[in-house]
Design a protein around this ligand. Structure first.
Ligand code: GLN
Length: 195
């Protein structure tokens, strides 16, 4: 059976992830409420705006439900804002103060660490496990400031980790869903299906 993968659809780049995951062989559905996590093998938490996603999640305790589902085996893929919501710690926590996050990834992230929207950039990245470079789009991306011992760094840019994996968590500070190259989504689908 194809892996069942959800895309958290509170805010952000949802349709692009749905397309990339579907093309990678997953059965995909969007998720807005806790009950919709039932039966999923994996969940993508997309890029967008972490403060907006956290605020929209709060009334239904979506972040806490995802956290619990992850502890019960749900694999997670966080891109950009999604990475911020999975980081063990956010080093500039004021904007997210009082709003639960998911956690699950032993990194420290700094929101907008590469600068403003105008400092967005695209780069060719060498990624562990991919034989050709991947085009990576960074948009008001978080900087990964610290990486825990159990975290595997899959790609670096400008001396900083930008793609990481820890057990059943994959995360990128860039947006793999905004290019037609679905190899990172394929990696996630394979990771989810490998259990
Ligand atoms: N800067 C955004 C945030 O803090 C993330 C940007 C993105 O997801 N493209 O959530």
């Amino acid at each position: 059976m194809s892996p069942q993968i959800g895309v958290l659809a509170l805010q952000g780049a949802v349709a692009e992830h749905v397309r990339a995951l579907t093309a990678s062989g997953a059965e995909v559905r969007t998720v807005r409420r806790p009950a919709e996590l039932d039966g999923l093998d994996g969940l993508v938490v997309p890029g967008g705006e972490s403060t907006a996603i956290a605020r929209l999640a709060a009334p239904v305790q979506m972040m806490e439900h995802i956290h619990r589902a992850h502890q019960d085996g749900l694999a997670l893929f966080g891109t950009c804002a999604g990475l911020i919501l999975m980081a063990r710690e956010v080093s500039d926590p004021a904007a997210l103060a009082g709003f639960p996050r998911i956690g699950g990834l032993d990194v420290v992230a700094r929101r907008n660490g590469y600068g403003s929207q105008l400092d967005s950039f695209t780069e060719q990245l060498d990624v562990t496990g991919l034989d050709e470079p991947l085009e990576a789009v960074f948009i008001r991306a978080p900087v990964i400031e610290e990486v825990g011992d159990g975290v595997e760094v899959l790609a670096e840019s400008r001396g900083l980790s930008v793609a990481v994996r820890e057990g059943r968590v994959l995360a990128t500070s860039f947006h793999p869903e905004l290019t037609p190259d679905h190899r990172l989504h394929q990696l996630f689908v394979d990771m989810v299906g490998a259990v």
